[in-house]
Write a protein that binds this ligand. Structure first.
Ligand SMILES: Nc1ncnc2c1ncn2[C@@H]1O[C@H](COP(=O)(O)OP(=O)(O)OP(=O)(O)O)[C@@H](O)[C@H]1O
Ligand SMILES: [Mg+2]
Length: 391
């Protein structure tokens, strides 16, 4: 396939726990090419006896359609057995699309970067986060304790409790009226529970106001899109960013110098998000004119502009077609990986969340009826019954 041997294309950077794989200039014409390469990678990985962050160079690499199934499968297997995280760079448009579409079905994450440096930085961030996440226990991150929420005679939540670990994708699912949105409203400070507590980073946050919750690092999107419809994509995202800004539009007049510097920093961050969510083309468009799926993406962008520690998403894929859902699922995973954001995701449709969640809680009529890994929950007869409406 090329003048350089496979061995020469595999480099271990011990200090950083990175295995660099160089696919540049290679052409994978079918499954056999892929197997040959991966057999060697896996053998080398096996010898090390440890796990690695994968840094993968795709410059001028061609993967034929016939090779993709094997490519995705082998990549996934290497990740599961030997991987700590992956960052890819040098990816062209076609490969990018294929990676994105296979990423979902094969349950690996896309993580595409513009340059080798950016990819290395991302892996270093990932490594740092894993180290801190390992040190901090779930108890000290986000904990919902025995939450009861009543509206007059209606009990929306009945003594619901769970713990969210730092860095995970945590999903709350359940049929209509189960109490999912109510739970999110309690966590974000929009509702005050009748009893029970919300602990965040070891402190009692039960009686937090919404803006205080935002300052602490909670951002959310809504079941019904809440954007400024007449304003452009860019202005909507900047509006989310305002919360982070030390100088607002009023003080601008008084402290022009520092305010301008602040403004530039904020714009740079917002540009990063626009790139990341691939919404450059609609930056000037009033959001009211955008199709629904893109409006949802802008809403996610606005939440990200707040640089949240916890992202609360209320049915971000509702009303979307399959392709839009897959895009959104991919973005949620990439946000989780690249920004290290903990995600609490509400979803009505069970199949969507199963692919992307680390942990799932199931509510029904305000009661937690199950919790566990996606597989545990999926096969739980109590959950199946709730979804079939026999309960
Ligand atoms: N502000 C409120 N006032 C009165 N009742 C409320 C209020 N908010 C929620 N409820 C009630 O609490 C229960 C749970 O509603 P919630 O919106 O949390 O469910 P959900 O799981 O998000 O449902 P959906 O899938 O339809 O979005 C429902 O019976 C609802 O009518
Ligand atoms: Mg709801």
């Amino acid at each position: 396939m090329s003048e350089r041997s496979t061995a020469e294309r595999i480099t271990f950077h011990e200090g950083r726990e990175i295995l660099e794989v160089d696919f540049s200039g290679l052409a994978f014409r079918g499954g056999a090419d892929v197997d040959a390469f991966y057999d060697e990678i896996e053998a080398r990985l096996g010898e090390t006896g440890s796990r690695w962050y994968f840094l993968v160079n795709y410059e001028h690499c061609e993967i034929a359609p016939e090779a993709w199934a094997t490519f995705a499968e082998r990549g996934k297997r290497a990740n599961i057995t030997h991987g700590l995280g992956t960052a890819r760079f040098g990816v062209n448009v076609e490969v990018r699309e294929s990676i994105r579409s296979h990423a979902r079905s094969a349950q690996f994450r896309a993580n595409l970067f513009e340059s080798r440096d950016a990819a290395i930085l991302a892996l270093a961030d990932m490594r740092k986060r894993h180290q801190t996440a390992g040190a901090a226990s779930a108890e000290s991150f986000l904990k919902v304790e025995d939450v009861l929420l009543r509206f007059g005679g209606v009990t929306a939540l009945e003594n619901v409790g769970f713990s969210v670990h730092p860095g995970e994708v945590f999903s709350i699912i359940g049929p209509n009226g189960a109490g999912k949105t109510s739970m999110l409203n309690v966590v974000s400070g929009f509702y005050r529970p009748t009893s029970g507590r919300i602990l965040f980073e070891g402190q009692d946050r039960t009686h937090l106001k919404t803006f205080e919750a935002a300052r602490l690092g909670f951002a959310r999107t809504f079941q019904n899109i809440a954007l400024f419809r007449g304003m452009s994509t860019l202005d909507n995202i900047m509006a989310g960013r305002l919360l982070k800004m030390k100088y607002n539009f009023l003080t601008d007049a008084l402290y022009l110098g520092p305010a301008q510097k602040e403004e530039i920093r904020h714009r740079e961050f917002v540009e990063r998000i626009i790139d990341f969510l691939e919404i450059q083309a609609i930056r000037r468009t009033p959001v009211g004119r955008l199709p629904y799926g893109l409006q949802k993406r802008v809403e996610l962008a606005r939440a990200l502009a707040m640089e949240p520690k916890v992202l609360l998403l209320d049915e971000p894929m509702a009303g979307m077609n399959l392709e839009e859902k897959e895009d959104m699922a991919r973005f949620v995973l990439d946000v989780n990986d690249q920004f290290g954001t903990t995600v609490v995701l509400i979803e009505h449709d069970m199949s969507v969340v199963m692919d992307i969640s680390n942990h799932v809680v199931v509510l029904d009529h305000g009661v937690k009826i199950a919790e566990g890994t996606p597989d545990e929950v999926r096969n739980d007869p109590v959950v199946i019954r709730a979804y079939l409406g026999e309960g």
